[in-house]
Design a protein around this ligand. Sequence first.
Ligand SMILES: O=c1[nH]cnc2c1c(-c1ccccc1)cn2-c1ccc(Br)cc1
Ligand SMILES: O=P(O)(O)OC[C@H]1O[C@](O)(CO)[C@@H](O)[C@@H]1O
Length: 441
Amino acid sequence: MHTRVHFHSSREQVRVPNVIALVGLPARGKTYISHKLCRYLNWIGIKTRAFNVGEYRRKACDFSNEGKSDFFNPQNLRAVKIRDECARLAMEDMGQYLENKEGEVAIFDATNTTRERRKWLVDFCKKEDRDPKFRIFFVESVCDDPEIINSNIAEVKISSPDYVGRMTEEQARDDFVRRIENYKSQYETLDEELDDELSFIRVINAGRSFYVHNVNGHVQSRVVYFLMNIHLLPRSIYLTRHGESEYNRIGRLGGDSPLSDNGLTYAQKLREYFEKENVPGDLRIWSSQKIRAAQTANHMKDLAAHVEYWKVLDEIDAGICEGLTYEDFQARYPKQFAERDKDKYHYRYPSGESYEDLVARLEPVIMELERQSNVLVVSHQAVLRCILAYFDNKNRSELPYLNVPLHTIIKLTPKAYSCEIEMFKFKIDAVDTYRAKPNEP
Ligand SMILES: O=c1[nH]cnc2c1c(-c1ccccc1)cn2-c1ccc(Br)cc1
Ligand SMILES: O=P(O)(O)OC[C@H]1O[C@](O)(CO)[C@@H](O)[C@@H]1O
């Protein structure tokens, strides 16, 4: 009988609640950072939610009767009152989220461009009757590169609910530039002397340089590490499973079987796809160290600088079920089989892995994908579900059931706040290895 030891990440209860507060003028990528950080922290298992004050303001007052940029004029006292009220509401909701332990990290996405506003936040996190106090980390984004600012305004501002359908793009752009001017007059940047006791990072020109001050604790150091590895440069990430393998054909899990004839055909067609794709610059190819993946990647050899073989890209280890079919698994270990369907993300095969283990094993791959330009990843069903869940912001109950069929290329193209996903299914026969969640009895 196998001794089963349950390792549950009990660290979640231990960690102090963290607030990550953005600082910066409009169109400095605060919401971009907020969305991306939220997605990364949730994926690595740190429950995180973003609170965007702009959304509270849009709920509080529709813009039909408000002057757009004038609403942000500091002399407009009525508007100042509404904006402060929205910030207070967002802060209250954030406080509840952390107090009720719904999550460990709250991201406060607002301009926070005055020392007074930031002091309000700090006092809120450290207030007398709060136990435990919230740790707060400021992420300031400063940017004077007009190209970056204009791409931000073009990509996300003029299509924002504040403008769309109310004025022309030209008018929207002009109004937004006036809105920025309103904030500039009041902007007090973080200062290493005046704000010496604060913890913060200043990101300059979309990550061209950084100033890091008084980093405190595990979450803040992960945030700094992540922000120093992401970039805005346009590129695409291609994901594909190996071609159909002999084990796929007989429904066996895991193993290290070679490609079937169909699989070999797919490997050839994959190469032809990339010959036509004309990927700009050089294409990096990462393969797992399983024969079926290496055979698939090797058909691309001379198209890419070189193929790299990563063991961390190997398929989920099914432990005692390696080499079995699902039918064998159910017949031989009925209790285990039933347990897996109850919570497929946390279920760990005896002597094997869970999807949660896979995510932990794949974190360096995600970090390197963020750093790189155009990459093709040749891997496996469970592994690609984890990678896809990161880029498509899928949670831990959806992740183990994502559809990643054989003989299909998944092309990811990151956009401002989301990732464009295209799936190219090749007309080459392949078995269907997808096993749906059985409906509740
Ligand atoms: O506009 C900007 N100014 C300044 N920094 C910016 C942007 C954007 C951006 C650009 C276009 C659309 C949506 C967001 C991203 N970052 C950014 C910030 C921090 C890091 Br680390 C990487 C990128
Ligand atoms: O988590 P699921 O749905 O069983 O999929 C993972 C399985 O898919 C395969 O890659 C192909 O069936 C197996 O090697 C692996 O155990």
